[in-house]
Design a protein around this ligand. Sequence first.
Ligand code: CDP
Ligand code: MG
Length: 730
Amino acid sequence: RFSVAMQRYTDPNTEKEEPWEEHQIRKATLKFGSKNKRRESDDYQFVFEDHIDFIKAFVMDGDKSDFEEEIALEKSRVKRSVLEALQEERKKLPIYSFRDELLQAVHDHPVLVIVGETGSGKTTQIPQYLHEAGYTKHGRMIACTQPRRVAAISVASRVSQEMGVKLGHEVGYSIRFEDCTSKKTILKYMTDGMLLREFLVQPQLESYSVVMVDEAHERTLSTDILFGLVKDLAPARPDLKVLISSATLDAEKFSNYFDLAPIFKIPGRRYPVEIHFTKAPEANYLDAAIVTTLQIHATQPPGDILVFLTGQEEIETVEEILKHRMRGFGTKIADLIICPIYANLPTELQAKIFEPTPEGARKVVLATNIAETSLTIDGIKYVIDPGFCKMKCYNPRTGMESLLVSPISKAAAKQRAGRSGRTSYGKCFRLYTAYSFLNDLEDNTAPEIQRTNLGNVVLTLSCLGIENEKLFQFEFMDPPPVEAITKAVELLYAQNALNVGGKLTKVGRRMAEFPLDPMLSKMIVASEKYKCSDEVISIAAMLSVGNSIFYRPKDKQVHADNARMNFHTGNGGDHIAHLNVYNSWKESNYSTRWCYENYIQVRSMKRARDIRNQLAGLLERVEIELTSNSNDLDAIKKSIISGFFPHSARMQKNGSYRMVKNLQTVYVHPSSGLTKVLPRLVLYNELVLTTKEYMRQVTEIKPEWLLEIAPHFYNPKHFEELSSKKTQWM
Ligand code: CDP
Ligand code: MG
C-alpha cells in the first residue's frame, strides 16, 4: 500500500535526500515565504498542483483511492496553514483593536462615516466584521463599493483568501461586464457604477443589509450619485446600515451631508516621510522619473519604489526604457523587478505587484492613480511623484469631453507621499519645485461630477423617476453646473430618450438597460430599425474594449499597419474595420494564431467576445431581435449615427476638420484608417487631446443621414456648403 509519509524526496540538484513531509513543508515555505506573504487567491491550490505532479512521480502503481485521500488530506493541511497565517495578519491591522467599538457604532447609527488611513484595514476587514456579527443572516448581502475595477477584484480576492473560500462563492465581485458572484455570495465588492445600476433593479436595495460606500474621498461621479440615492433611501429602509468610508480627513463634509452622521476615526500608524523637491522644473517628467528610479536603485538602502504615472502608455514606455537601461548595467547592479499596474492590465498580471520582493532585489511599481489610495502595496519605501494625472474634462457649452494630463492637487500629492511611510520611514521625490507645490497646485481636485458629461447620470436618474425639475433639485453633495444637466437633457431629448415633457420614453428605458454611455446604447437600440443588431453589438463590444485591439510592435510597425489596413474594405471607416476584425476572427473559429498573424491582441478580442455575449443577452431583455444585415453598410452607419450624431465633423481645406455644430477644429487620429482618404464629412467615437485634438475611430457619413436621423439637432443650413457642387475640397 502506498503511504505518502513514508516516501523520501531526492533533490535533483543537490542529490540530498529528505523525508517527503519535510520536503513539502520546506517547499511550501519557499512558496509562501516564511510569513505566508503570497497574495494569489488560490495559493494553496498552486502549491497543491505541484504536489500532485510530485506524488504522481512516486506512485507508479499505488492504490488510486488512497492516493486521492492523501491529496485531500494534504490539501486541507496546506489550506489550514495558509488560513491560520492570514488570520494572524488580520489581527495586526490597525482596525483590529477597534473591532467591537466599530460594530457597536454601526449597531447604534443608521449612517456612519468612517475615516482611516489607507492600509488600516477598512476595505478588507469591515465587511468581514459585519459578516461575523451576523449582518449577512438570511442571505442578505453586504455591498462594498470601489471606484476602480482593479481594486474591486483585488480586494475581493484577498478577502476570499482570508475567509478561506473560493472567489465568487461567499465573497465575490461585480464590475461592468463581469459578474463574479453566485447565489452563495454575501460579501459583494463592486464598482460604484454597478451599485448605481442595482438601484434600477431594486430601488430599495432589499437584498442588502449594509451598503459601504468606500473610498468616498475619491468623489467619482457614481459615488456622488450614490450619496444622494442612499440618503434618500435611508428613511424607507430603517434596517439598512450605510457606511461612508474615506481615507482623508474631509469627513466633516460627509457627516454634514448625511445629517451630522457620527464620525468613527481609526488612528493609523504613520512613519515620517522625507520630502524632496527638484530645484528647477523638469522639462520631461518621464525622463526625470526614470533617472530618479535608477538613482534610488543604485544609491539607496533596500526598499521598493512606487512611481505615479498617468496611464498605460506612459507606464509601458517607462517599463521599456527601464528594462533597456537595466540590461546595460549587466550584473553590476542588483535586480530591478518592474511591475506595472493600471486598470486595463489583465487580472492575472495584476497579482504580481503583491508578490514579495526576493532578497537582494528591488521592486519598482509603475502605477496610475490607482495606487494613491485604493491599493496598498507592502514594502514601498520610496515614492516618485511627477505631479500629474489623467483627468476627464468636460465643456458643457460645447458638449466636448476630453481626457487631459493635468497637475494633481496638494491633497493628492500628500496622499502619494504617504504611501512611502506605511511600514517604516519613507522618502518621496517630487519631480516639481517647492514653489510649484505651494503656488500652482490646487488644494483639492474638483469632484468628477463637476467636470464630466452627465448623459448617463440623467438617464439613470430618469429611470428612477427623478426627472425634470426633480433633477435640478436632487441633493448633490457638490452640485454640477446647471448647464451640464441642461446639456444632458437636451442630448437625451435629441436621441428620443426623453420626450418634450422631459419624461423617459420607451427608447430611453431600453437604453438604460445597457451599462454603456447613452451614445453607445442608443446606437444599439436604433439597430432594431435598421435590422443590423448583430453587427452593431459587435461594433459596440469592440469600441468598449478600448484602444488595445491592434498590436504594433516597434520593430514590425510596417507589417502591423499593413495588416490593419487589410480590414479597411471599401469606404467603411474605422467602425466597419472593427466589425471586419471581429467577424474574421469569428470565422477563424476564434483562433489565437489568427490574431498573431494579423497583429491583433488576442486578449482584447476575448474580452470583446465576452462583452458581445452580454450585449446579446441584454438585447433579448429589451426584446430586440438579433438580426444580421452585413451587406448593408449604410444601415450599420445609420445605427451608429443614431447614437453618435453630435460627433460629426467636416473637412476644412487644409486637411483639418471642424465640428459641424460647435466649430471646434479637430484632426483624424494617426491610428485611423482614413488618414489618407480624409472624407468630407465624418463621425467619430471619441476625442483625445495630445498634441492636437484628435478624433479616434472615424467613419465617413452623409449629410442627409444626419438630417434624417437627428432633425432636432441639425438643420439644412449646417450642410449648405457640403452639398454645393462648387466647393473645392482638396
Ligand atoms: O481599506 P484600507 O486602505 O484601510 O485597507 P485594506 O485595503 O483593507 O488593506 C489592509 C491590508 O490588507 C493592507 O495592509 C494589505 O497588506 C492587505 N491587502 C493585501 O494584501 N492585498 C489586497 N489586495 C488588499 C489588501
Ligand atoms: Mg480601502
